[in-house]
Ligand binder design. Structure first.
Ligand code: ARG
Length: 572
């Protein structure tokens, strides 16, 4: 495993430099795979050595000086220098045995106990994501929030955090006034039960169009909202009915997507609490009064109200943001989290104020993961409206591709297979670049089976899996490393050495693209190895060693895919 080797190197270097190995370990990096045979596995840049022992000006000489004082041993088989770095190659036999055994033993936890992650805080993380609005469109922004949030929650869990996954529904506000008032006219209980999200949306569109022209309708919507706010039982029961059915439906679609929540919270929980929050904020002297009587949080650097956010209207009523603050405090009281991550698309000031608020309380524990816009995610019929439409579209396009492909195997449930491939395609297309970038969604590109797509990852995984059918049961971890002397094995082992570094970086920046490009690299290595290392027709020892090697690739690939939110397929 990578950390064992990093430690061995650090111990050597530590003897020469007099620094504790722990200080050196984070600076010893696994080298990206080289085509060249016998290339080194790790490197240490002399100017990154803590303590400034090395003059930045003569890195080359310093690297040579340091290298000359180090000795090869049973773990480090070769010491050399690169540009300003000392390089190390690990004993092949030891490397092969250690890594392949470790992956086969650790399975899904491979890489997660790495020393590089030892300083990772492992408290309770609350992640808010998805957070759609009932009766309104579930748009692409919500889809991005959903898959990114799920990925972050998966990653945090994998490194040992406790995670609370929260969905904060838009379940309050004037749209419910409209729905309540208009349902008797435009709604249909049967349709509501059959497809609640779609039907509520249709009703909402009709009522709001009517209310624009018709004062009576507008007034009855206001009345309904008023009754709802006053807790009128009939109004509340209709609202609960809408909300419950919607959640049920959301849960079904999330399940298709492989996403779950521990809690469905929502704006409706905080209509009253918002008033308490205002009192609390007042007592903390966070609030100021702006010229026209509204109560605001000052967001300016200089404290001169040049930018601010209103939390109370001059008539004393609360706003969306006030409820958000109430929700944040409530989450703190309920879960006592160590960290809260908002993976949401909201107006900037909403987050600023929340983040500022926590800093007031002396806790800098909230983060906002931002993401860009997606253009062009349309179904064949036109605009994407609901999450379900996107999933259906991905599935039907993939089914079509499978029908046209000669290599597709007969699977028991082609629709399910197509769905899982389609979702992988969506996720990879979304995660390939920096989250902040906007991108243009292209179905054809996303669904290609070659190139860096989710389809390619699924295909590679399925191929590795079917290869393992050849594996006869025997003591799995015993194998002869001599049977694995091939450049493709060596490169793949080097790639395995980087896994924990990639996880570390992905976690630090909360950017899935590092992991995505790692997995693409692994997929390509798997294909190269597949061409040169035949299993059928090899002697039993060779076949066993090769299968163990292929299984290691499969395990790491599957682990990474699962973190991203993809269910790896065994057959396709
Ligand atoms: N429902 C909101 C929307 O769709 C997003 C909610 C974001 N979460 C929050 N705590 N404000 O725009």
């Amino acid at each position: 495993m990578a950390c064992l080797f990093r430690r061995a190197i650090a111990e050597q270097v530590s003897q020469v430099l007099g620094l504790p190995p722990e200080k050196l370990i984070p600076h010893i990096h696994a080298i990206q795979v080289h085509r060249k045979q016998d290339s080194p596995d790790f490197q240490l840049y002399v100017n990154s050595v803590p303590g400034g022992q090395f003059n930045a000006a003569c890195q080359m000489e310093n690297a040579q000086k340091l290298a000359s004082k180090l000795a090869e041993n049973s773990v480090i088989s070769q010491i050399g220098t690169g540009r300003g770095s000392v390089t190390f190659r690990i004993n092949r036999d030891l490397l092969t045995k250690t890594i392949l055994r470790k992956i086969n033993q650790d399975g899904s936890s491979y890489g997660m106990n790495s020393e590089l992650l030892s300083n990772t805080p492992r408290g309770l993380t609350l992640v808010e994501y998805s957070s759609p609005n009932i009766a309104k469109k579930f748009h692409v922004g919500h889809l991005r929030s959903t898959i990114i949030g799920n990925f972050i929650a998966n990653l945090k869990e994998a490194v040992g955090c406790k995670v609370v996954r929260m969905n904060y529904l838009g379940d309050w506000g004037f749209q419910f006034g409209l729905l309540g008032a208009g349902f008797s006219k435009y709604g249909c209980e049967e349709k509501l039960r059959a497809n609640p999200l779609q039907h509520l949306f249709e009703v909402y569109v009709k009522v709001s169009a009517t209310a624009e022209k018709d004062e009576d309708m507008k007034r009855s919507a206001q009345d309904f909202m008023q009754r709802l706010e006053n807790g009128h039982p009939q109004a509340l029961s209709l609202w609960t009915h809408f909300r419950d059915l919607s959640i049920e439906e959301y849960a079904k679609v999330y399940k298709r997507l492989g996403v779950q929540f521990d809690e469905y919270s929502g704006e409706s929980f905080y209509t009253e609490k918002a008033q308490d929050i205002l009192k609390l904020l007042k007592s903390k002297e966070i609030l100021k009064t702006a010229g026209d009587g509204k109560i605001v949080v000052d967001l300016s650097e200089q404290g001169d109200l040049s930018t601010y956010s209103t939390v109370m209207r001059s008539d004393g009523t609360s706003l969306y943001i006030t409820r958000d603050l109430a929700a944040a405090i409530d989450r703190m009281e309920k879960y006592n989290f160590d960290e809260m991550i908002y993976v949401i698309k909201v107006k900037k000031h909403i987050l600023n104020i929340c983040l500022k608020f926590w800093r007031f309380l002396g806790k800098n524990i909230c983060q906002h993961v931002k993401f860009g816009r997606v253009q062009g995610m349309q179904t064949r019929r036109g605009d994407v409206i609901f999450l379900e439409d996107v999933l259906d579209e991905a599935r039907s396009r993939m089914l079509q591709n499978m029908a046209n492909s000669e290599t597709s195997k007969k699977t028991e449930d082609p629709a399910d297979t197509a769905e899982k491939i389609g979702i992988a395609a969506l996720i990879i297309q979304d995660f390939k670049g920096p989250l902040l970038s906007d991108y243009k969604f292209q179905w054809d590109q996303a669904l290609q089976s070659s190139g860096d797509t989710g389809v390619f990852l699924q295909y590679t995984h399925a191929r590795l899996h079917s290869l393992l059918n050849l594996w006869e049961t025997r003591e799995k971890e015993e194998f002869d490393a001599n049977c694995l002397q091939d450049p493709s094995v060596s490169s793949t082992l080097q790639h395995f050495l980087r896994y924990d570094e990639v996880i570390h970086k992905t976690l630090k920046e909360l950017q899935p693209r590092y992991l995505v490009s790692y997995l693409m690299g692994l997929g390509h290595l798997a294909n190269v190895a597949h061409h040169s290392l035949h299993v059928k027709g090899s002697s039993p020892d060779v076949a066993h060693a090769r299968l163990l090697f292929f299984n290691s690739i499969r395990v790491v690939l599957a682990n990474g895919m699962r973190l991203l939110g993809i269910t790896p397929l065994d057959k396709m």
